[in-house]
Design a protein around this ligand. Structure first.
Ligand SMILES: [Zn+2]
Length: 64
């Protein structure tokens, strides 16, 4: 059995409470209930402000 969202093999035992998904994140994706910023795709858009380097932010603050 593979995860309908990411197609990785899924642990179908009782241990996995997100069946048939591999994780809570994949379940949320499938339900279309992306809780805004909490469930992000690894390697998302490079413009993501959260991935901004702290030093860049400091520089920005100094310049303005
Ligand atoms: Zn998955």
């Amino acid at each position: 059995m593979r995860c309908p969202t990411c197609h990785k093999p899924v642990d179908m035992t009782a241990k996995n409470c997100f069946r048939p998904f591999c994780s809570e994140r994949c379940r949320m994706v499938d339900l279309g209930t992306w809780a805004a910023e909490e469930y992000r795709v690894p390697g998302g858009p490079p413009t993501d402000p959260v991935n901004e380097h702290p030093d860049d932010r400091k520089k920005h603050r100094i310049l303005h």
